[in-house]
Write a protein that binds this ligand. Structure first.
Ligand SMILES: *Cc1c(COP(=O)(O)O)cnc(C)c1O
Length: 424
């Protein structure tokens, strides 16, 4: 019987008896692996047999992490990468080249906007960015050059929840794969496969690792997309010259995309994770199911506290009962909201700066999804180059403070915000 996610988080993908009985996953701190004989080496290089060749492509420690993430998402092949950004790049790079297009939601992690607009743009891949709730606009942006749809389950930083089923319906109609960046939701709050996604991406740097000690990313092939049947992907159905004419869709079937990410993006562009970091992230996953609920519960409690505070103008948190996202939080996130909220203080820029500087527990950091409570002030950091009007238009007005709510005691967190707000 397949195990439940909590059991997979603790044990998935690992058998001690295959590793000298070691109860924790050993760190295989090696670059290369000895071949049995010439025949073995030939088979590995021809992809006729799977085995370890070189740590840029596979590593036994990282393989446990890949298998665990694959089981958590219900996938068929997972490829761990050096960061979340490399996971996004790797996934897109094996399906889209110069002249091709992607359709993406506009509610994206800021770094993804740069990656999509400038980096991929310079390589000749055009990303059409659309309002994710305007489904007609999503469909209108699709043409014969389109290779995938891309959306975040919970958008960073605006915390909008995607209507995954609606996007999946459009993707299926046009025989396109739906790629979901589910970093902020984690597999514990949402399994995008249950709502029609084909490929899931995570930044492991965030909740999955969870302790702010290791970067990482993953691309998970859910095995649901028919690459040969789509007609849009000749690189899956024609002989591949870099692998002696192998045809990916024939040789690897449902896992063709995942294998392609590994043997093309990882083999050719690098971007592998170090085994040491795989170990740290595996250790993080063992408590993911406990942490993500604690983050969500603390965030909801802090959101309610802030909303009742006289110096607070507004609070944005998707699981608040009257949030425009609440119905989608119930449908896609089991009613949870994950750990990030934002709020606006009365008094604009100066008041926000006062609060950030007065907080004693919450750290002021350019990161989120740590066990510690973290705050950011976009008007002073990521959105600093914009005018005050421009920030408002970008959904990040001067008074906005983003909080990644940690798993400290909620009363200590509330007291910290209370004393900081009192300084205004
Ligand atoms: C952080 C983040 C990324 C990028 O991940 P890194 O590990 O920092 O490279 C991508 N998508 C989302 C939603 C993120 O939050």
């Amino acid at each position: 019987m397949p195990h439940r996610q909590e059991t997979i988080a603790v044990r998935g993908g690992y058998k001690p008896e295959e590793h000298n009985g070691s109860i924790t996953v050993p760190i295989y701190q090696t670059n290369a692996y000895q071949f049995r004989d010439i025949e073995h080496a030939r088979n590995l290089f021809d992809l006729k047999e799977f085995g370890h060749i070189y740590t840029r492509i596979t590593n036994p420690t990282t393989a446990v992490l890949e298998e665990r993430l694959c089981l958590l998402e219900g996938g068929v092949h997972a490829v761990v990468t050096s960061s979340g950004h490399f996971a996004e790049f790797a996934a897109i790079s094996v399906i889209a080249g110069a002249g091709d297009e992607i359709v993406s939601s506009s509610r994206l992690y800021g770094g993804s906007v740069n990656l999509f607009t400038y980096f991929l743009g310079n390589l000749g891949v055009k990303v059409n960015i659309v309002d994710q709730y305007d489904l007609a606009a999503v469909e209108n942006a699709i043409n014969e050059k389109t290779k995938a749809l891309f959306i975040e389950t919970i958008s960073n930083p605006s915390c909008d929840i995607a209507d995954l089923e609606a996007w999946s319906a459009i993707a299926k109609k046009h025989r396109l794969p739906l790629i979901v960046d589910s970093t902020q939701a984690t597999p514990l709050l949402c399994r995008p496969k249950d709502f029609g996604a084909d490929i899931v991406i995570h930044s492991l740097t965030k909740y999955i690792g969870g302790h702010a000690n290791s970067m990482g990313g993953v691309v998970i092939d859910l095995g649901t997309f028919d690459w040969a049947g789509s007609g849009r992907f000749p690189s899956f159905t024609e002989p591949n010259p870099s692998y002696h004419g192998i045809v990916f869709a024939e040789a690897f079937g449902a896992a063709a995309f995942g294998v392609k990410v590994r043997v093309e993006a990882l083999r050719d562009a690098g971007g592998c994770l170090s085994p040491q970091n795989s170990f740290y992230i595996l250790q993080g996953i063992e408590t993911l199911h406990l942490r993500i609920k604690a983050h969500s519960e603390n965030a909801l409690a802090l959101a309610l506290f802030l909303r009742a505070h006289e110096k607070v103008e507004w609070v944005n948190y998707p699981a608040l009962p009257d949030s425009p996202n609440k119905a989608r939080a119930d449908k896609y996130l089991k009613g949870y909201g994950s750990g990030v909220l934002s709020f606006g203080v009365k008094g604009g820029l100066d008041a926000a700066v006062t609060v950030i500087e007065a907080l004693k527990i919450a750290n002021h950091v350019a990161n989120f999804a740590d066990v510690r409570t973290l705050v950011t002030h976009p008007a002073s950091t990521s959105h600093r180059q914009l005018t005050s009007e421009g920030r408002k238009a970008a959904g990040s007005p001067d008074e906005l403070i983003r909080v990644s709510v940690g798993i400290e005691h909620i009363e200590d967190i509330k007291e910290d915000f209370a004393q900081a707000l009192a300084q205004i």
